[in-house]
Design a binder for this molecule. Structure first.
Ligand code: PLP
Length: 249
């Protein structure tokens, strides 16, 4: 029987085929530096740490964050979103999210609603599929501890005005968690300029990496360091500590 050519249309779930450069880099890493990074001081462990840190630096450039260590690697976007949502909310807290979220946002929120009694506001989107920042502003209450929303809807393909929403969540002092499952590597993301506090992203979709990769950019550490530096007027010591964390000294 004649084999039919494969037409792959499931790139929103995971991208395929991966570029040859990705496969070559993975093979080279497996051959040359597949030791446990950060756990040993033998040559290959140091090489593995370097590979990891190079990856951090590239992601920090892509998402325009100052410190590559403000990225925690995760298994995928779902893992990153769960870490952020379950890590930030306590009994009685309120979360603002939208009616167009993926199950990886909606399910942990619903689970916390049952387990911890958190309060949830699902902000509706317009008939054009676009979220109105004013509706987010109006949904925020004094007990709101998180605003969580998708950058680009997997259902509609519409793009959320993250910059406008980031300005208002920052002014309200509420952390903003952005689900970049469909936008990382596709749309411009400037974490600092858009006032994003937490960015959950996949490595295996728009960034063309292998399955089982993703991460969480967390800017709370960056803001705490900046506030500390301002308070103590010791920028050199802070810079040196950041360098130390990054394995540069
Ligand atoms: C909008 C959105 N959020 C989250 C996810 C989950 O992504 P991952 O497969 O990296 O866990 C997806 C997956 O398709 C998605 O489309």
């Amino acid at each position: 029987m004649k084999e039919r050519p494969l037409i792959y249309l499931d790139n929103a779930a995971t991208s395929w085929p991966k570029p040859p450069g990705v496969m070559e880099a993975m093979e080279k890493t497996m051959r040359e530096s597949a030791a446990n990074p950060g756990r040993g001081s033998h040559e290959m462990a140091v090489k593995a740490s370097r590979v990891l840190f190079e990856g951090r630096k590239m992601l920090a450039r892509l998402f325009k964050i100052a410190n590559p260590n403000d990225i925690a690697f995760m298994l995928n976007t779902t893992h990153a979103l769960n870490q952020a949502i379950q890590g930030l909310l306590s009994p009685g807290d309120h979360i603002v999210t939208t009616a167009m979220e993926h199950n990886s946002v909606r399910r942990p929120i619903e689970a916390l609603k049952r387990k911890l009694g958190i309060q949830v506001t699902y902000v509706p989107v317009g008939t054009d599929g676009i979220l109105n920042p004013d509706d987010i502003r109006q949904a925020i209450t004094p007990s709101t501890k998180l605003v969580a929303l998708t950058h680009s809807s997997n259902l509609l393909g519409t793009i959320t005005p993250i910059g406008d929403i980031g300005a208002l969540t920052r002014a309200a002092g509420v952390p903003l968690l952005v689900d970049a499952a469909q936008s990382a590597g596709v749309l411009e993301i400037d974490v600092e300029a858009m006032n994003i506090d937490l960015l959950a992203f996949p490595g295996h979709k728009g960034l063309m990496g292998p399955q089982g990769t993703g991460g969480l950019v967390h800017q709370a550490g960056a803001r705490a360091r900046a506030a500390h530096a301002r308070r103590h007027r010791k920028p050199f010591r802070i810079a040196r500590a950041a360098f130390y964390e990054a394995g540069q000294v």
